[in-house]
Ligand binder design. Structure first.
Ligand code: 13P
Length: 252
């Protein structure tokens, strides 16, 4: 179902005490906010999940993980399965973030398996896609993002896709302070929606939530969120400052 979403990806930041502090500074004001039309998802380091899920409902947010295994269970030292996430009341999970694709060599086959694991366990994947700078400069950005979607996501049935959120994150915009221009963001989001329409039909495309990520902050969120095909943001750096993150949530 299409809706306005602001998701915070904390990445590998904050010790337990720091996370507790930041969570309090976000959750306390969130509780008082009228969020009828906006959903907030926090994706902290999964080690701290329980601290978040314990207070999520009463404080108007949901909890997401940043990663899960592509396997169901077994001898995979260090991994965390989708079933484990579900058993900790986690409702969302990032898949295919460019940092996982780049630093952990996650390929499309593995990402498709992760998506399947999550859906089998009733967790909504937040599927990330986006081109590198060289790819945009070579004018292959549509091709690259299209392939990421076809290879990682488009094996799903329409019913399954309904539980997926897509996040367009141009790699050159992540953590760089260089945001995609409103034209670049709208153009790519419309393209993504058109691919979904081609594969699954217009109704499903119109019903899919597509977030923008990459140096989204309290200053540029309003303009980005106002774009026709942008349904909210996946926020990295600015989600680590309570005041900035709350301001982004108020940008719809
Ligand atoms: P920044 O907002 O820090 O650019 O990170 C975006 C991101 O990677 C969110 O997943």
């Amino acid at each position: 179902m299409r809706r306005n979403i602001v998701a915070g990806n904390w990445k590998m930041n904050k010790t337990f005490e720091e996370a507790d502090d930041l969570l309090f500074n976000i959750a306390d004001p969130l509780k008082e906010m009228d969020l009828d039309l906006t959903q907030v998802i926090l994706c902290p380091p999964v080690l701290y999940a329980e601290m978040f899920t314990d207070i999520a409902l009463e404080n108007n947010f949901s909890v997401g993980a940043q990663n899960c295994s592509n396997h169901a269970e077994g001898a995979y030292t260090g991994e965390i399965s989708a079933a484990m996430l579900k058993s900790m009341d986690i409702e969302y999970c990032l898949v295919g973030h460019s940092e996982r694709r780049k630093y952990f060599n996650e390929d499309s086959k593995m990402l498709a398996e992760k998506v399947d694991q999550l859906l089998e366990n009733a967790i909504s994947p937040i599927f990330c896609c986006g081109e590198a700078l060289e790819e945009r400069e070579a004018n292959t950005h549509f091709e690259v993002v299209g392939k990421q979607l076809y290879d990682g996501l488009f094996h799903l049935t329409a019913e399954e896709l309904d539980n997926v959120i897509i996040a367009y994150e141009p790699v050159w915009a992540i953590g760089t302070g260089k945001t995609a221009s409103p034209e670049q963001a709208q153009e790519m989001h419309a393209f993504i929606r058109s691919l979904i329409a081609k594969k699954y039909g217009q109704d499903i495309a119109d019903d899919t939530t597509i977030l923008y990520g990459g140096s989204c902050n309290a200053k540029n969120a309003k303009e980005l969120f106002a774009l026709k095909d942008v349904d909210g943001g996946l926020i990295g750096g600015a989600s680590l400052k309570a005041e900035d993150f709350l301001a982004i949530i108020k940008s719809f």
